[in-house]
Design a protein around this ligand. Structure first.
Ligand SMILES: [Zn+2]
Length: 249
């Protein structure tokens, strides 16, 4: 991808990753999303559906550039989790999200985690394309801003998360970093007090990164729980089948 570092917008990355040719218009001026000058923009009303709710992400402008408009042209960007990079665009099944978070593709790259598919959570990451595999942003529907990740730390944390799930800590307790009284009692009885303290500490120290990692981790041994369960990733409807896998460009 021949792109100057730090200036690539998320829509540009996605368009390149999908080898797409976005529909162009004739509106000249400034793009309401990426704030770049354009001569081939589209009217905002022609791009967005009537129930769009992300207006607070918009700036003053004249229309939407073809790149930004492209991310509204396909519901997959809102309804699914995905990763985009030079290697291509890939929809992520529930069990694949964590793999990408721990082993990102070569930069430039971006990842989006969908939970309900209700809003375009990626709007918050328009100018947060990743240029590192060590420190990076993770766009997530549940958070108003992309979550900062550190790969080394993330890999350490998932070991702890797996251990805690293995001990039977519930996802909700684990995400909050507050094992409940029942879990604590069981930990004291079985000599897992240290594990509980580590969980509390890790959740405190790593806040959002911890929460995201807990929610994308499958509970071991629970059939069908591919990082889902009560608080995991959800697909809101069946229109886009789970595990669609590779997107063809
Ligand atoms: Zn734009």
């Amino acid at each position: 991808m021949d792109m100057p570092e730090q200036t690539v917008t998320l829509p540009q990355l996605v368009v390149a990753a999908r080898r797409a040719t976005p529909e162009a218009g004739a509106v000249a001026g400034m793009c309401v999303l990426c704030q770049r000058p354009m001569t081939d923009g589209l009217r905002v009303k022609s791009v967005l559906s009537g129930n769009f709710t992300g207006w607070n992400r918009f700036y003053a402008g004249d229309g939407m550039c073809p790149m930004c408009a492209y991310l509204f042209s396909d519901p997959v960007f809102r309804r699914r989790s995905w990763v985009a990079s030079e290697a291509g665009f890939r929809v992520l099944g529930r069990s694949e999200v964590r793999v990408v978070l721990l082993d990102p593709p070569e930069p430039p790259w971006a990842v989006y985690i969908c939970r309900q598919g209700h809003r375009q959570g990626w709007l918050a990451g328009l100018h947060r394309v990743n240029w590192s595999r060590q420190r990076y942003w993770v766009m997530h529907e549940d958070y108003d801003l992309p979550v900062a990740f550190d790969q080394t730390r993330a890999r350490e944390l998932v070991q702890l998360i797996d251990e805690a799930f293995g001990f039977g800590v519930a996802r909700r307790e684990l995400a909050r970093g507050q094992p409940g009284p029942g879990t604590w009692r069981r930990a004291l009885e079985t000599g897992h007090e240290h594990l509980m303290r580590c969980v509390e500490q890790a959740a405190r120290d790593n806040a959002l990164m911890w929460e995201v990692l807990v929610n994308v981790t499958p509970v071991p041994g629970r059939a069908g729980d591919e990082a889902g369960g009560d608080a995991g990733l959800r697909v809101p409807d069946g229109s886009l089948a789970e595990g669609a896998g590779e997107e063809s460009p």
